[in-house]
Ligand binder design. Sequence first.
Ligand code: AMP
Ligand code: ZN
Length: 455
Amino acid sequence: MKIYNTLSRSIEEFVPIHPTTVGMYSCGPTVYDYQHVGHMRRYVGDDVLLRVLRANGYVVHHVMNITDVGHLVSDEDTGEDKMEKGAKKYGKDVWELAKMFEQQFTQSCKALGITLPTDLMHATDFIPEQITLIKKLEEKGFTYKIEDGIYFDTSKFPDYFKLSRQNPEELKKGARVEFVKDKKNVSDFALWKFSPTNEKRQMEWESPWGVGFPGWHIECSAMSMKALGNHFDIHTGGIDHINIHHTNEIAQSEAVTGEKFVNYWVHHNFLVVNGEKMSKSLGNFYTVQDLIKDGYDPLALRYLILQTHYRQEMNFTLDSLKAAEVALMKLRSHMGEEEHSIPNLVWMEKFMDALNDDLNTAKALAVVWEMVKDDALILGEKKATLLEMDKILGLDLDKKTTVEVPQAVVDLVSQREAFRKAGDWGASDEMRSKIQDLGWEVEDSKNGTKVTPKK
Ligand code: AMP
Ligand code: ZN
């Protein structure tokens, strides 16, 4: 199996530390607001990676964190606390807020067929572990104290830029105005922040340095190493985590242990809407629950996500979602009722070859379609092969499709009906060809109009 490693900027053969088990850590959500379809793309990507590892025979210990403690809004350790801001917005206390949005996240995962991690660890449950790490960093001379907190001195860590490959001089030039005063280097980051003296925070803890809260990177080092050991196989996140969050995780972890932290760094690209990142602040977002409410099968979104390689930007439109839903329904209609046979090994090999090549899900889907069109397969073989492929695709391909004509097709059928009643045969034929473009056939009979997926 091959996977792209951000650390080497190349596709590498995957060789686990232990021959049969794989340790994998995914940076999870900050539960201060709704997780939207953009967030969920990443977790579908991680789920594919997990399922491909399992299909290759590995036992995967998958750990994810839930960030339920306030990060500051900016990467520079300044600005408002995300959780406290969210609590104000939704009129809840921070603990209720965290619970509410964690639930929304896990529900979205379930709807998208995402396997929940072996361990889901809450940052607030591991404050002592975070404090212990900071203490060790302090003992080893990597920290300094300024007015608002304890900071990591990145100039003390050799090779700080090995993951991001940034140029420190360029970074200095681009430093933002909100740069924390007294920080020694632009890239230094907070390990522990002191609570403001004039204001009571909802979340704060005692520490050897005073009452406060952890900085925004230390939790991932503390929890990943607690669950998976000092050195583990795979760490995943969004591409925006490369320059700061993951770079800082490496620095603080390796500074403490003196060992290599992670072998493979896997990063998912963004989901965009009309060229802009889907985000809460731009107001251009849908949640999985929104899509379900609008009548979509959430697995159509999963299908759509699988059509784009995880390292490419994915453009999201409702039209592409509709088309994905049509394709999914059609695929399900190929399942048939035949008795199970055994999966066809030649097709399975082609399918796995695509996935083992840096998770090429788009190619794997193309293989699925070639396979269903293969007339040489014996009775039941198609179904068995589809079921086997679905262990990775996670598209619930065995779901019965009889009533699930996509909404786009239903709309076209009723428009066609109206044209027929009005005797406008030209327009009616146009509707028929639009329906065919979506992969469906219309048949008229005495009992009304019937649509079936095109074979
Ligand atoms: P946010 O909740 O907006 O702070 O985002 C948290 C993390 O989710 C980001 O750091 C990204 O890794 C990921 N994320 C947010 N928006 C998107 C998007 N549109 N596409 C892919 N990943 C996203
Ligand atoms: Zn993280």
